[in-house]
Design a protein around this ligand. Structure first.
Ligand code: 5RP
Length: 293
């Protein structure tokens, strides 16, 4: 019909329709995965809430001793029982985290950036699959720089890690990085998160932004939200709440926990939102009560 030529359907994210391929497993898109993948994902995502609180302290791999992480040996023992997952480098884990911690591990396996060079997008796979196996990693974390100079390298890194992980049933967490020239728009994050998921990552980490629910709907694996730069606790909890309301399956916070004056109380407040459906206001009240404000 001539009058329909060239026309195309409007985008429709079917926001009111739950993920249709859920199967009988509590992690989105993982119903057809192998037992070992499901076991490790169950260590990460609580089977009751379906969600997770990841504490990220892998920043040292390119930021060095960033404020709040000067002494991992002191900080981690205080925080570890207040989160579900420890996201860290192998160096931090082996030197400063007791192996009896009984916490899920998101092992940072990419490297190559540092704060002294302008373009952080050129990384390599620094940890081989044998060491991830030795450390009993529950997932391997790889930075992905869509739209940056290092895009192809980072996609190759991600693919190598997924390929190796699938041989040993270790899931991969694709970390969507935002290059300095990129805007945190829903268009960018829809592109980046979908690419990472289509390449086979089991979990995608990204940032919260407007139309976040569309980003989640279009991504066939669970999304966890990075905290980003330190915010006031009120704003950080609001962002956490809006992320969960938008369909995120958890938060992967670093600076908004370890740069808080009260990191333990902040981690617990995040956990209330993630696992007990607190609103941001309820979580802030809980946080303030805990610090006796
Ligand atoms: C940087 C990372 C962090 O794991 C991620 O950004 C979460 O940390 P923060 O909440 O501080 O942004 O990928 O290495």
């Amino acid at each position: 019909m001539a009058d329909l030529e060239g026309l195309k359907v409007e985008k429709n994210y079917h926001l009111n329709e739950p993920f249709a391929a859920k199967g009988d497993f509590h992690v989105k898109g993982m119903a057809n995965q192998e037992w070992g993948i499901k076991k490790r994902l169950s260590n990460i995502f609580n089977p009751q809430s379906g969600s997770t609180v990841m504490f990220a302290f892998d920043h040292g791999y390119f930021m060095g001793s960033v404020s709040g992480l000067e002494r991992l040996d002191i900080l981690i023992p205080k925080l570890r029982d207040h989160v579900d997952v420890l996201m860290a480098t192998r160096g931090a884990l082996r030197t400063c985290v007791q192996p009896d911690c009984r916490k899920a591990i998101a092992l940072r396996v990419s490297a190559g950036s540092s704060m002294v060079n302008d373009d952080l997008s050129h990384e390599l796979v620094s940890v081989d699959i044998e060491d991830a196996i030795r450390m009993n990693a529950d997932c391997m974390a790889v930075q992905v720089f869509i739209g940056a100079d290092g895009q192809l390298e980072s996609i190759e890194n991600l693919s190598k890690v997924i390929n190796a992980g699938m041989r040993y049933s270790i899931p991969t967490l694709g970390v969507v990085a935002v290059g300095k020239n990129m805007e945190r728009t829903d268009q960018y994050f829809k592109l980046a998160t979908r690419i990472v998921a289509e390449l086979g990552a089991h979990i995608v980490k990204t940032y919260y932004c407007d139309k976040f629910e569309e980003i989640v709907a279009a991504c066939p694996v669970p999304i966890v939200v990075a905290g980003g730069k330190k915010l006031a606790e009120k704003e950080a909890l609001e962002m956490a709440y809006k992320s969960m309301q938008g369909g995120a399956r958890g938060l992967d916070m670093g600076r908004n926990i370890f740069q808080s004056f009260h990191p333990i109380e902040m981690a617990d407040a995040i956990g209330k939102i993630v696992h007990q459906k607190f609103t941001d206001k309820e979580a802030l009240e809980y946080y303030n009560d805990r610090i006796n404000v």
